[in-house]
Design a protein around this ligand. Structure first.
Ligand code: LLP
Length: 432
């Protein structure tokens, strides 16, 4: 019935998440409120992890892309399930280290890391610094030389696959700002420079072909294209690479119609393709990484609001105004993203009322969803937006000086705060 199996309806007709009544959560913690199901997150981690055991002899691991939702508790949860961690900034790295994550299990991505971030990563002993461009490679070499260390790196490659075109094509991504292009020879030249360098140890390559992808074949094609490149690197430079990171992008359900692929199916197809390509080129089977972000936390999260006003403009639309908005979920304003919305205190009633869910920011485009069907709303209702676990809290801002809401983690009917809500004092903390 719902987009996520951690959701249900109790005898009061209230929406529940991991056994907690959402109306009670709204009362206890206030709204707007992010709620995340620890049970769902752990279950998804286990499914990803077990797909490596089942289809790839355990020779690899999922890496959680923490840009989807970064805080200390999520770092602890996913790493306790055996996942490694991807960070893309000094701030995400700091969060992971503060949570006690072993630096060796951290992969540091990003297309324009500052010298300060590179030094921080190298000093912390990050296990895999993913190099995006030639200037960065040279910056890393200089820092490594100064510090007298050899830095483990991988390199981000544009495999020329655009998974977002209707029929995905192999040249579509050449204009991406991320990584080294394969078809122009840029990637090979960069790999040659890294292989010859005494300051870095090139351990593998990385690619990422998009996000919210429901199709398995672009991942298979990416593996094939990358292993062909591994073959060229071995033949021409005599260099064996140990790991291959195929990035993230596995789609989730925002609406019931979204056809999310069971996560283990990606690994079974990728594994078959990797084995076939390695046999064809006489390569050793590399350690495979995938880098899911959205699919680890997205369906595990919901956002709870209180309905503050219902404004019907005759012949136009009805706005249902909530105590959040683009400052805590900018995804509709940015991407016109789909969401399922419902009145949590009447969750079992039919959703027949067409509403546009508006936030509280001084901006006409501050909308959460347009023309969506919900239960007939009343002022004071608790409104829930589903599948908000990814790229909501992590993309939140203080626009209009709104404090970011708290985040509560729920598990087996119990709840606890994992990120405190900001206060007005927090808002002016850095003001002079
Ligand atoms: N690895 C790399 C290198 C990435 O750039 C990304 C996402 C991921 C992994 C994780 O992808 P996922 O499994 O989460 O799709 N803010 C946008 C999404 C941006 C994704 C950027 N990179 C949104 O709200 O939809």
């Amino acid at each position: 019935m719902f987009v996520s199996d951690c959701l249900g309806v109790n005898e009061k007709g209230h929406l529940t998440i991991s056994g907690c009544d959402t109306v009670e959560l709204a009362k206890e913690y206030g709204t707007a409120l992010y709620v995340m199901s620890e049970d769902k997150i752990r279950d998804t981690c286990r499914r990803y992890k077990s797909s490596f055991d089942k289809y790839y002899d355990g020779h690899g691991a999922p890496i959680y892309a923490s840009k989807a939702f970064s805080c200390k508790e999520i770092c602890r949860i996913v790493t306790s399930e055996g996942l490694e961690l991807e960070v893309v900034s000094g701030g995400e790295l700091y969060t992971a280290l503060a949570a006690g994550v072993d630096a060796k299990r951290i992969h540091f991505q990003g297309n324009n890391k500052s010298v300060q971030e590179l030094e921080y990563a190298i000093e912390s002993g990050v296990g895999d610094l993913v190099v995006d461009n030639i200037s960065e490679l040279r910056r890393i070499e200089k820092i490594a030389e100064r510090k007298g260390v050899v830095v483990s790196i991988s390199m981000r490659i544009k495999p020329g696959i655009d998974a977002h075109t209707h029929e995905f094509i192999r040249t579509g991504q050449i204009d991406s700002k991320f990584g080294f292009a394969l078809e122009t020879g840029e990637a090979f030249e960069a790999v040659r420079e890294a292989v010859l360098s005494e300051q870095v140890d090139l351990i593998g390559l990385h690619c990422h072909i998009g996000s919210q992808i429901f199709d398995k074949s672009p991942f298979v094609l990416a593996a094939q294209v990358m292993l062909k490149f591994y073959h060229q690197i071995y033949k021409e430079l005599g260099k064996k690479l140990h790991h291959l990171n195929l990035g993230g992008g596995f789609g989730i359900k925002y609406k019931n119609a979204d056809a999310a692929v069971p996560y283990e199916n990606y690994m079974s197809d990728v594994s078959a393709a990797v084995h076939a390509s390695c046999a064809e080129y006489g390569l050793q089977i590399p350690r495979i990484y995938i880098e899911p972000g959205r699919s680890i936390v997205g369906e595990a999260g919901i956002t709870l609001y209180t309905v503050g006003d219902i404004k019907t403009i005759p012949g136009v639309r009805t706005y249902v105004a909530v105590d959040g908005g683009m400052f805590e979920n900018p995804r509709y304003a940015l991407y016109q993203s789909d969401y399922t919305c419902l009145i949590a205190n009447r969750a079992s009633e039919p959703a027949k009322f067409r509403a546009t869910i508006a936030g509280k920011c001084c901006e006409s485009g501050d909308l959460i969803q347009v023309g969506t069907k919900i239960q007939t709303p009343q002022v004071g209702d608790t409104l829930a937006v589903l599948s908000t676990g990814a790229y909501n809290y992590s993309m939140a801002s203080n626009y209009n000086r709104n404090p970011r809401p708290a985040c509560v983690m729920v598990s087996e009917g119990k709840s606890r705060v994992v990120i405190k809500g900001e206060t007005y004092v927090d808002l002016i903390r850095n003001d002079i």
